[in-house]
Design a protein around this ligand. Sequence first.
Ligand SMILES: Nc1ncnc2c1ncn2[C@@H]1O[C@H](COP(=O)(O)OP(=O)(O)OP(=O)(O)O)[C@@H](O)[C@H]1O
Length: 356
Amino acid sequence: MNWEDDSAPTAADRLVGTTADGEDQAVEAALRPKDLGEFVGQERVREQLDLVLKAARARNATADHVLLSGAPGLGKTTLSMIIAAEMGAPIRITSGPAIQHAGDLAAILSSLTEGEVLFLDEIHRMSRPAEEMLYMAMEDFRVDVIVGKGPGATAIPLELPPFTLVGATTRAGLLPPPLRDRFGFTGHMEFYAPAELERVIHRSARLLDVETDAEGAAEIAGRSRGTPRIANRLLRRVRDYAQVKADGVITREIAAQALAVYEVDARGLDRLDRAVLTALLKLFGGGPVGLSTLAVAVGEERETVEEVAEPFLVREGLLARTPRGRVATPAAWAHLGLEAPRRPAGGAGGPGLFDA
Ligand SMILES: Nc1ncnc2c1ncn2[C@@H]1O[C@H](COP(=O)(O)OP(=O)(O)OP(=O)(O)O)[C@@H](O)[C@H]1O
């Protein structure tokens, strides 16, 4: 396999992408943990949430509104379903972008039943008027429905049954403070440690009826970028490989071979990530180089490099964004098996950013 193939890498349909495609959605439903006990990792959020829910149950009350923040695929939807299950309540699922008008939200809110959980994904992308309606609904369980237009418009108050709003966002910082303050509990979801992802993989393998040994699960976990959604997706691709090329059992060797075919390397970098790093190292000597130049070099849009490839490379400590441009770290050279050039200390170009 040739990682440095010339053809342009593409961001579409990434095996290590964080959004769920059609296949993911179908399988994810079957793989979702059903209660807090089954939910792997996120110890602090789980423990705090457990208290919130137990206390609400003891008071025979509806649970406080919950805000879950964190990257896609870390389990926010799963946790909202668990909250409903633990409260013995039904759940309604919608998302910020689906609520364009305050009327859309009023229709949903007015049809909720007592104690129901309303899961609002991407809550930071809701329209302003809907957001303002939500303030009152969360606090007073009441909305004002505006009837008519202009000077003749009247507000008709509508009582709502008590409900629990579970808001999810990848960008907690984008939420206006009045909205953030109305949540009784905020849980921040962290990326998962490899050992936690191994547990996710063993659990999913059991549910999918695939035999996986400890080392096989560890190999997949190490390439899953701290994200259960990616771990589950890689597991399914490795399962295919194990069935077609071997006896169906996932070992370290089989997992490594399978993921080499899919171009996901030992650290979870895919073709696009590697193309960006390779260009940075080989064409620009490790940088600094401007984002636009780097994007042209890999034949991608600026936004793709900045929003799709870079966040993980930065998180992994392979690339740094500096005021002078993108710079590779020593770990990047080591990861691609290349030797960093020695820069003359204090020479013409000034001292290298990572000179000893
Ligand atoms: N803690 C966990 N334990 C076991 N499986 C998990 C855990 N968290 C997530 N998963 C699995 O990962 C997949 C994605 O989870 P989920 O849909 O809840 O993520 P999300 O954070 O809501 O993503 P998005 O922001 O894209 O909606 C699901 O199949 C779920 O079963």
